[in-house]
Write a protein that binds this ligand. Structure first.
Ligand code: ARG
Length: 252
């Protein structure tokens, strides 16, 4: 009798799960009026960076606008870049917004919203360097931020290069300034910021990959993905996103 009850209950559970009931329980979704937690790596000006006690930047303001649309308050959690996807999947954070590029590989582990902007990977070298383009990087010492697409391109695509992985993009740029490495591969807008803060560096004209930035959401969390996409699409359509980008990036 007891056994039968248990197996009946089990059946009911399986049926409910199959019907998608209680699906939202699987994910740590924020409540309406609650807090939307954003995982980021705030050493990536102009997308996210520390300013006094605050974390500011394009991604922070876009996430704030999304939270507002969803009737939530944004909370920003700063962490290593290569911890963001795990934080999102474990429910420690609801969204990952970090100038994060959509890649086939990442899509295996996480879902992405619609893209909110594009970027390119560029090469930074010392002024007067013999490196004038990606073809000259073979056999060189290249600095990257650990776990970024710059890291992936350098590690996979450049013959005989030695890859130095740094936790922060600026640390790689500093190493370049000090002559420890020959080049840095990194996203174009942070590259401009880093170069303006260092001595004797320049960005090569060649932009060798174009990328799409999007917000990461736990794999399979369609409910949150849908909500965030709706909010994002609305703030793209009404010009809010472009306004935020223009505030931080002045056209040359
Ligand atoms: N776009 C590159 C990537 O997705 C770099 C992003 C680094 N972002 C950051 N906040 N540090 O791999």
């Amino acid at each position: 009798m007891k056994k039968r009850m248990i197996s009946l209950m089990l059946c009911a559970c399986v049926a409910l799960a199959a019907a998608g009931c209680g699906g939202s329980k699987k994910f740590n979704n924020p409540e309406k009026g609650g807090t939307l937690i954003m995982a980021t790596n705030a050493y990536f000006e102009p997308y996210e960076y520390h300013e006094g006690d605050d974390i500011v930047g394009i991604d922070v303001e876009i996430a704030q606008a999304i939270a507002e649309k969803l009737g939530m308050t944004l909370q920003v959690e700063d962490m290593e870049f290569d911890s963001i996807i795990a934080a999102v999947n474990s429910g420690k954070a609801h969204i990952g917004a970090a100038g994060m590029t959509v890649t086939e590989d990442r899509l295996k582990n996480v879902d992405f919203t619609d893209s909110y902007t594009t970027a390119t990977q560029v090469i930074i070298v010392q002024e007067g360097s013999e490196i004038t383009g990606a073809d000259d990087l073979a056999g060189k010492k290249i600095g990257v931020q650990l776990g970024t697409t710059g890291d992936i391109y350098a590690s996979d695509g450049i013959e005989d290069a030695t890859i130095e992985q740094y936790n922060k993009g600026m640390d790689a740029v500093q190493a370049l300034s000090n002559g420890i490495i020959d080049a840095v591969i990194i996203d174009n807008e942070p590259a401009k910021q880093f170069v303006s803060k260092a001595e004797g560096l320049k960005i090569l004209d060649e932009e060798f990959v174009t990328e799409e930035y999007a917000i990461a959401i736990a794999k399979g969390n369609e409910e949150l993905l849908d909500d965030v996409n709706k909010a994002l699409d609305a703030i793209i359509a009404d010009g809010t996103v472009q306004g935020i980008i223009d505030k931080y990036i002045t056209a040359e």
